[in-house]
Design a protein around this ligand. Structure first.
Ligand code: PLP
Length: 385
C-alpha cells in the first residue's frame, strides 16, 4: 500500500504505540487516585503535557488541556470566546476553515451570532490586514487556521494575532490541526490565545487532541464534572491516548525529517505537472507559504472520485477536493473560495505525504498517473459521443 493521505490521518508511530501499551495492559490507574497506580497514571499524563507544550512552544505545560480530538478543541475555542465576552455577538473567521470551525460557526449563526468570513485569493492566501479590519468592538473571537488541510497553504497566524490585538482583546483561536508536527510553532512569542491540535494527524492515536489556552485567559469549564485538567475539562483522562500523543509530540518536534518529505513532495509535484497535460497546482507555489507535505493538483475535465477509485485499485491512497457524495456534486468550498473553475475543481486530488513516504512510493505514482488520467479522459470523451 502507498499511503499519501497523511492530512486525513497518519500511521500510529511505533514509539507512540510503545508509550501507550503499559496503560492499555496493566497500569490502569485513575490519575486522580492518591495511590501508587494513580500516581503512575498521573506521571504519564503530566509527562505528555510537557511534551505537547514543547511541541507548541507554550510558556508553561499548564496551558495544555487534553481533549478528544481537533473538532472538540475548535468547538470549545469558539464557545469559550463567546462565553468570555458575554455581551459580544461577532466572530471573524475565513472562508476556507475545516468543518470543525465552519459548521460550528454556522450553528452559532443560527443562534444569532454574526459571522464575518474573510475570503482568500487565487493562491489560497489571506490578507492579514483584511482579517484585522473585520474586527469590531462586538467581536468575541477571531478564528483562523494555521495550515489548510486541503491545499497546505499556511496562514501568517502570528501576524494576524498581532494585528488583531492592536485593535481588540477578542480571543484569537488558531486551528493548528494540520500544522502541528509539520511546521515550527512557538506560541509563547505570539499573541495567539488558543491553539488546537489532534494526535492522529502527527502519528499519535485517534481520539486524543489538545488545546493550548494562554495562561492569562480565564476560560470557563467545557464539561461540568470533576476537577480534571485544572477544572477546565472534566472527565477521567484517557491515559493511554495521552501517553501516545505525548510520545508522538516528542517524535515530530524534530522537524529535520520534513526536508526529506519536501524533496519527495517536490518530485511528485514536478513529475505530475510536467507529464500530465491540463494539470495545475491549487495553492501557492511559494514553498515558504505551503506545507512541505501537501500537493493539491487539478486535472481538467476529469472526476476526482474516479481518479481516487482507480488509484485505490492500485493500492494508492489519496483524497479528492470534491464532495461527490453530496447531491449537487459540489466542488470543495476551499477550491470554490479560491475561484478554481468547476471543470478543474471537480478533478482535484490531494496528495499528502508523510515521514514514512519512500522514493519508491513517488516513482509508482508518477509512473501510473499519466496513463490513468489519459484513460479516464478518453472514457469521458467516448461517453459524450
Ligand atoms: N481542523 C483541521 C484543519 C483538520 O484537518 C481536521 C481534520 O481533518 C480537524 C480540524 C478535525 O480534527 P479531528 O479529526 O481530530 O476532529
Amino acid at each position: 500500500m502507498i499511503y499519501l493521505d497523511n492530512n486525513a490521518t497518519t500511521m500510529l508511530a511505533p514509539e507512540a504505540l510503545e508509550a501507550m501499551m503499559p496503560f492499555l495492559a496493566g497500569s490502569f490507574g485513575n490519575p486522580s487516585s492518591a495511590h501508587g497506580l494513580g500516581r503512575e497514571a498521573r506521571a504519564a499524563v503530566e509527562k505528555s503535557r510537557i511534551s505537547v507544550a514543547g511541541l507548541l512552544g507554550a510558556a508553561d505545560p499548564s496551558e495544555v488541556v487534553f481533549t478528544s480530538c481537533g473538532t472538540e478543541g475548535d468547538n470549545w475555542a469558539l464557545t469559550a470566546g463567546l462565553d468570555l465576552f458575554s455581551g459580544r455577538d461577532h466572530i471573524v473567521t475565513t472562508a476556507v476553515e475545516h468543518e470543525a470551525v465552519r459548521n460550528m460557526c454556522a450553528r452559532l449563526e443560527d443562534r444569532g451570532v454574526r459571522v464575518s468570513r474573510i475570503g482568500v485569493d487565487a493562491d489560497g492566501m489571506i490578507d492579514p490586514e483584511e482579517v484585522a479590519a473585520a474586527v469590531t468592538p462586538q467581536t468575541a473571537v477571531v478564528s483562523v487556521m494555521h495550515a489548510n488541510n486541503e491545499t497546505g497553504v499556511l496562514f501568517p497566524v502570528a501576524e494576524i494575532a498581532h494585528l488583531v490585538k492592536k485593535r481588540s482583546d477578542a480571543l484569537v483561536h488558531v486551528d493548528g490541526v494540520n500544522a502541528a508536527g509539520k511546521v515550527s510553532i512557538d506560541l509563547k512569542n505570539t499573541a495567539i490565545d488558543v491553539y488546537v491540535i489532534s494526535g492522529h494527524k502527527f502519528h499519535g492515536p485517534k481520539g486524543i487532541g489538545a488545546a493550548y489556552f494562554r495562561r492569562d485567559i480565564g476560560i470557563s469549564p467545557w464539561f461540568a464534572g470533576g476537577g480534571q485538567e485544572g477544572g477546565r475539562r472534566a472527565g477521567t483522562e484517557a491515559v493511554h491516548q495521552i501517553a501516545g500523543i505525548g510520545a508522538a509530540a516528542e517524535l515530530v518536534k524534530d522537524l529535520s525529517l520534513m526536508q526529506r518529505v519536501r524533496l519527495h513532495r517536490d518530485r511528485l509535484e514536478k513529475g505530475v505537472l510536467e507529464t500530465i497535460p491540463n494539470s495545475r497546482l491549487n495553492g501557492t507555489d511559494d514553498p515558504s507559504k505551503r506545507l512541505a507535505n501537501t500537493s493539491n493538483i487539478s486535472f481538467e475535465n476529469t472526476n476526482g472520485e474516479a481518479i481516487l477509485a482507480r488509484l485505490d485499485e492500485l493500492g494508492i491512497c489519496v483524497s479528492t477536493g470534491s464532495a461527490c457524495a453530496s447531491a449537487d456534486h459540489a466542488a470543495s468550498p476551499v477550491l470554490q473560495a479560491m475561484d478554481v473553475p468547476y471543470s478543474w475543481a471537480m478533478g482535484s486530488i490531494r496528495f499528502s505525504l508523510g515521514r514514512y513516504t519512500t522514493d519508491a512510493d513517488i516513482d509508482m505514482v508518477t509512473d501510473v498517473l499519466p496513463g490513468l488520467i489519459a484513460d479516464l479522459r478518453s472514457l469521458a470523451e467516448d461517453s459524450h459521443v
